[in-house]
Design a binder for this molecule. Structure first.
Ligand SMILES: Cc1cc2nc3c(=O)[nH]c(=O)nc-3n(C[C@H](O)[C@H](O)[C@H](O)COP(=O)(O)O)c2cc1C
Length: 235
């Protein structure tokens, strides 16, 4: 069977009802009844780039991911959101006010992410001292709003990737830290799937590029496919 799985094949696969039931899926069962991909609801996977440097290596890794997600599930939409463009004050997570002149772009971002069409979110961070960037942590801290609003990210699929300038610069720790935060949202956290089937995608920035890192790039693609595959299973 092809690695590239369409929604109809997924719905037809043995065990889909169990998967849908286990995660409270609804559209998978509906889709089985309708039996038509085009009749399904709009579905989107969003990549969140947590580098303060717009369009650099983390964004490039997420672009690989999202491209592979689109190939995996025909008809699924993707969007890359760069936090470098946004103001996400972290102190609001703890109920502290904006500083003078400070603005907050999180509510608009939150409205996008909480939307029912968003079935998967892939968070990508540069490795900063063996962990996620401050921008990434600010975003994940602000995601407390989703919990308070009744776990609005519940059962959306989550993936994580990290890019560092050393081969073993803390990418795995960074991915794990991100995943830990996403689990607090009751999201369905997945790894990068087979053939590697590790915790997520870990990439090596060499000369401000991930082009030479074939292994890491393959992991990024695999992560995108896995998030899309599981999102399609859930509905
Ligand atoms: C403050 C700071 C700390 C960093 N710490 C690490 C580190 O611990 N390990 C590592 O591999 N790279 C580290 N780097 C390098 C970045 O992770 C790397 O350049 C990454 O590709 C940047 O992502 P971007 O191109 O999307 O901005 C650090 C960079 C900065 C600015």
């Amino acid at each position: 069977m092809s690695e590239r799985i369409g929604r109809r094949e997924l719905i037809g696969a043995a065990g889909i009802a169990a998967v849908a039931g286990a995660v409270g899926g609804h559209a998978a069962a509906q889709g089985a009844a309708q039996g038509a991909e085009a009749a399904g609801p709009k579905r989107k996977i969003v990549g969140i780039c947590c580098s303060p440097r717009k369009g650099k290596t983390t964004a490039a890794a997420l672009a690989l991911c999202l491209h592979a997600a689109k190939e995996q599930v025909p008809g699924i939409e993707t969007e890359l959101i760069e936090l470098a463009d946004l103001s996400i004050p972290a102190q609001l997570a703890a109920g502290q006010p904006l500083r003078a002149g400070e603005t907050d772009d999180f509510p608009a971002l939150a409205a996008t992410l909480a939307g029912p069409e968003v079935v998967g979110i892939i968070v990508g961070s540069p490795v900063y001292f063996s962990n996620m960037s401050a921008l990434c942590k600010a975003f994940l801290d602000r995601c407390i709003a989703f919990r308070k609003a009744g776990f609005q990210l519940r059962n959306k699929v989550a993936g994580a990737l990290a890019v560092g300038s050393a081969r073993n610069g803390g990418q795995e720790l960074t991915v794990r830290s991100i995943q830990t935060c996403l689990m607090c949202q009751d999201m369905v956290v997945v790894g990068d799937g087979k053939p590697s089937a590790k915790i997520g995608a870990t990439l090596w920035n060499q000369d401000d590029s991930i082009a030479a890192d074939e292994f890491g790039s393959d992991m990024a693609r695999s992560l995108g496919r896995r998030v899309a595959e599981v999102a399609a299973l859930i509905g």
